[in-house]
Structure formats: C-alpha cells, structure tokens
Ligand binder design. Structure first.
Ligand SMILES: *Cc1c(COP(=O)(O)O)cnc(C)c1O
Length: 393
C-alpha cells in the first residue's frame, strides 16, 4: 500500500520566513513528548525564559514565548495594553505597521497614524509631532524591522520619544531578533514581541514576548477585563511565572519549545554579536553579487536590513515566473513584494541558518541563470566572484 505520509521537498528557504532550521533544532523537536507540567519541562521553561531575556537584552521578569506565531505575540501586546478609548500612535511604513493599526482599532482604541513611504524608515520628527499633538496617548507602536520592505527604523530613538511623552512603547522585533541588535532595556522599550521562524531559525508557531515593569503595571491597572482569555497576561503569568506551582492554563506546545530551546542554545554558542556580524557579512556579499549583476536595491544603504533584502525586478521581467523557476529548478524559495511593492521587488531573506555563504552563492547563481534565460538586462559571470570577494577576501 502506498504510504500517505508527507515528505516535504528539499528547499533552501530565502524568503521572508520561515528560514532553514539547523539539524540540531529539528532533532530536538523529534524527542519524546513529556507532560507540560512535568518537573523536567518546568525546568526547560525556566531555561527558555532566561535565554530569551539574554537574546532580547532585558532583565524583564515577564519574558516568555506565546504559544502562537508572531501575529499572536503582536495581538498579545495590544490586547493586554489597549483598552477602549485609548489613543495609540501607530507608525506605518509597511505591511506590519498596518496590522498594528488593525489591532488598536479592534481593541476599541483610537489609532493616530504616522505614515512614511514604503521603503523608508519611520521618521522620528513626525512621531515627536504626533506625540506632542496627542498628550495622554497610551502608547507608541512601531516595527523595528519591516519585513515587507527590508527597512530598519531607529528603535532607540523612537522608544526614547515615547518615554519622554509618557507613552508606552510597543515594538515589533519579529524579524530583528538574532539578526540585528535588539536591546530592550537599553532602548527602554515596554512591550516587545518577536517570532521564532525568522533569525532564530526555529519552526514557525511561537512568539517570544517581553514586558517592562511599567507595561506590567499598565496591564494591572486596566479598568476593563482583557477581552482575550487565551492571551490574558494575568492568566498566562500563573502558567509561565508560577515556578513549581505552575497552574494549568493551556497545554504548551512541548516539542516546539524543545526546538526553541535548542535554537537559543545555538545562538548562545555562536554569540549574539557574532550572529549579527554573520548576518551583516552575508548581506554585504549578496548585495555585491546583485549589484555586479546590475540589479538594484530600492532601500537606501543606511536603512537596509541585512536579513531581508528588497531587490528591484528589472523592467519586462515577470517576477512571479522567476520565483517559480527558482523553486522548481533549484529548490530555492525567495519572497514576492507585498502591498505597495507587489510586482516591483523580490524579497531575499538571509535569516538565521539561511545567512550562510552557501545560500548567498546558490541564490546568486539561480537568479543569474533564470534571468539570463529570460533575456533580462543583466551582466553575467560576475556575481559570485563579487560575493566571494566579500566573503573570503
Ligand atoms: C513575520 C512577521 C510577523 C508575523 O509573524 P507570523 O509568525 O507570520 O505570525 C509580524 N511582524 C513582522 C515584522 C514579521 O516579519
């Protein structure tokens, strides 16, 4: 009888997430499931919390992975902090800022938008003006690493503006954590969420979050009950914060947490700074190769994210056909443009384990092969040499 088992095709993941998983993370997830209240599992939860604090650069007591993807972490921040009638200044310079606005409005809050062009960072001067025009705003929300455009905003400056105006800062670090510096305590950030499938190179489905003491106070001072039962921190804390007295809230995704733990062990072994440096180096190599081919990057160099590279699609080239060829012939996944950039850019991820010389070279070779066959106006024979020069001198 033919087996109905699923066997995924072999892929190189170079899109906006998920990224390739280290074999040790896959092996960790294949270990036997144990009870989520087993003392051995409770020790693991405590170790995950400690390792997440190190990755986030925080001593925040309320630091834990939410059992859900990055979007669940986003929702957890808004549903716990925003009450009906609250004013929240929301920075929108791409898809994920737009989702923050949706979250504020669904919680009954009033979103004051600070908009910047897709491909540009959040402008602190506009944020300052919005906070000044709305005294009493409960929070400032922004995306540190906008995955839809490949742009980095100045988290330290934006968090400082929020603090100066007495507002909490809500920061999306889904794509930044592990790939570029994230320094929650140094920034003075209050509510920060991330994801596991981007630069942590873990399976999708978990969202590390961290709340400052100030944010915890705001949760405790709520006038209304948190409208979400599953994401209510006052309940979740009894589970993640209860130590040996841990109370049942939901069943933690045990094997997924084995994977997160191993990815955090790998991060510690490599070193945070070394991980950031590795992402930066692969980015410089990829850009050198793309530019040697004659391809352009729409984001100004100073604001580019190393882990997510927007690349301009040459005129007359069908961007979706290129992605389809890369996938079917080379097993290589890259991302499409989103929203305002749909059809205009590809998004090439260099996240976590996918930030490697082998990935850079495979991507440049695949892209050059496919584009040359489509008679795109590119220079051939130069890209991998230019990248190799950066990587190996
Ligand atoms: C991927 C991403 C999310 C959402 O994470 P999911 O795990 O897909 O739910 C949120 N914000 C940013 C910036 C992201 O890149």
């Amino acid at each position: 009888m033919k087996s109905a088992s699923f066997h995924p095709p072999k892929r190189l993941l170079m899109g906006p997430g998920p990224s390739d998983l280290h074999p040790r993370v896959l092996a960790a997830m294949a270990q036997p499931t144990i009870g989520h209240l087993d003392p051995a599992f409770i020790d693991l939860m405590d170790d995950i919390k400690r390792r997440l604090q190190a990755a986030f650069g925080t001593a925040n007591e309320l630091t834990m992975p939410i059992s859900g993807p990055g979007s669940a972490g986003m929702e957890a921040c808004f549903v716990n902090l925003v009450e009906p009638g609250d004013v929240v200044v929301v920075c929108v310079n791409g898809v994920f800022g737009g989702r923050m606005k949706e979250n504020v409005e669904r919680m009954g809050g009033h979103a004051v938008l600070v908009e910047d062009a897709w491909g540009s960072p959040v402008d602190p001067a506009k944020v300052e003006a919005a906070l000044a025009a709305h005294p009493g705003a409960k929070a400032l929300a922004f995306v540190h690493a906008e995955t839809s455009t490949g742009v980095q905003s100045d988290a330290a400056a934006l968090c400082a503006l929020a603090a100066k105006h007495g507002a909490l800062s809500i920061v999306d670090t889904v794509t930044s954590l592990g790939g570029i510096p994230v320094a929650v305590d140094a920034w003075g950030a209050d509510a920060v969420y991330s994801g596991t499938q981007k630069c942590l190179s873990c399976a999708p489905g978990l969202s590390p979050i961290t709340f400052s003491p100030r944010a915890v106070e705001a949760v405790k001072a709520r006038k209304t009950k948190c409208p979400s039962w599953f994401l209510d921190f006052s309940l979740l804390l009894g589970y993640w914060g209860g130590g040996a007295k841990r109370a049942y809230h939901h069943t933690a995704p045990v094997n997924a947490l084995y994977g997160l733990h191993e990815s955090l062990v790998l991060l510690e072994e490599e070193g945070l700074e070394q991980s950031w440096a590795r992402h930066a180096l692969q980015h410089r190599a990829l850009v050198a190769g793309l530019e040697a081919m004659g391809l352009g990057l729409p984001v100004a160099p100073a604001h580019r994210l190393p882990q997510l590279n927007a690349v301009t699609v040459p005129d007359s080239i069908d961007e979706a056909a290129v992605r389809a060829q890369l996938l079917s012939r080379f097993g290589l996944e890259i991302g499409a443009g989103l929203g305002a950039l749909a059809g205009k850019v590809w998004r090439i991820g260099l996240m976590g384990q996918s930030a490697s010389p082998a990935h850079v070279m495979a991507c440049l070779t695949g892209l050059e092969t496919v584009l040359a066959e489509m008679q795109a106006p590119i220079a051939t024979g130069r890209a991998t040499g230019a990248a190799s020069q950066i990587l190996f001198g």
